[in-house]
Ligand binder design. Structure first.
Ligand code: NAP
Length: 255
């Protein structure tokens, strides 16, 4: 029997949120696994840095700045990806934001912005990506949800974020079923606490110590620890996985 095929050689991937944190690590990791990568984020230095690092490693990359709440911008980003790199068949949707407020005080604007980016933005990204993939008859999409879609983080007042993430998990299953007979797999990853700019600011140091104490593995994840799960789900090694939510939380949700 041959070894399972985790490689992504000669494949073209689109990664949203590729300018920072988990998205940046995933974009670099897909390139290291052989893919050419279109990097989507709001325009900024992070985006060009990710592209430059992929190119320095010998793979092709293109920056496709867009806002995930803008369907036309997403369609243009997918079109540019295919013009520059070839047929799009892989995507990881990482763009997201987080903030907090007591539910009884949260403004509609604060609620709506998180839902628009973290939930509707994932739907619109999948829609734009799948329109290309359905035409090619194959594709694999991974959406970055969160363990906050299954549990409520003690001490974090983020009803909008938690419910948007729960919606992303079920959206991923729903799309997996809609596209299962047309060659497209859709899965989600639910990270636990991960050391990204969101969680490494000095002002949250005390809170982070508590996150680490509450995690059975005793620490936050590094961003690189989301790469293996993403490569696995995208690759042919996961050819029978669709509609799965892969929880990558250092055991947090077991306790
Ligand atoms: P991050 O470092 O802030 O990266 C998120 C990226 O998304 C940023 O580059 C951000 O750009 C971009 N973005 C925000 N709004 C956007 C929009 N409307 N259109 C396009 N791009 C947009 O955060 P992260 O921690 O890596 O988070 C990545 C994903 O993992 C998110 O979905 C998050 O909810 C999820 N997650 C994170 C953790 C954790 O502990 N860090 C745990 C579970 C799940 P700007 O910086 O310009 O805003």
């Amino acid at each position: 029997m041959d070894a399972p095929d985790f490689r992504l050689d000669a494949r073209v991937a689109l990664v949203t949120g590729a300018g920072s944190g988990i998205g940046r690590a995933v974009a670099l990791g897909l390139a290291a696994s052989g893919a050419d990568v279109a990097c989507l984020d709001l325009a900024g230095e992070g985006l060009s840095a990710t592209v430059a690092e992929i190119e320095a490693g010998g793979r092709r990359a293109v920056a496709v700045p867009a806002d995930v709440t803008d369907p036309e911008g997403l369609a243009a980003a997918v079109a540019r990806t295919e013009e520059e790199l070839g047929e799009l068949t892989l995507a990881v949707n990482c763009a997201g934001i987080a903030n907090a407020a007591p539910a009884e005080e949260m403004s509609l604007a604060q609620w709506q912005k998180v839902v628009d980016i973290d939930y509707t933005g994932v739907f619109l990204s999948c829609q734009a990506e799948a329109r290309a993939m359905l035409a090619h008859g194959r594709g694999s999409i991974v959406n970055i949800a969160s363990m906050s879609g299954s549990i409520v983080n003690r001490g974090l007042l983020q009803a909008h974020y938690n419910s948007a993430k729960a919606a992303v998990i079920h959206l991923s299953r729903s799309l997996a079923m809609e596209w299962s007979d047309r060659g497209i797999r859709v899965n989600s990853i639910s990270p636990g606490y991960t050391a990204t700019p969101m969680n490494t600011r000095p002002e949250v140091a005390e809170q982070v110590r508590q996150f680490e104490a509450d995690t059975p593995l005793g620490r936050m994840a590094g961003v690189g620890e989301m790469v293996g799960p993403a490569v696995f789900l995208l690759s042919d090694a996961a050819s029978f996985c669709t509609g799965v939510d892969l929880v990558v939380d250092g055991g947090f949700t077991c306790w």
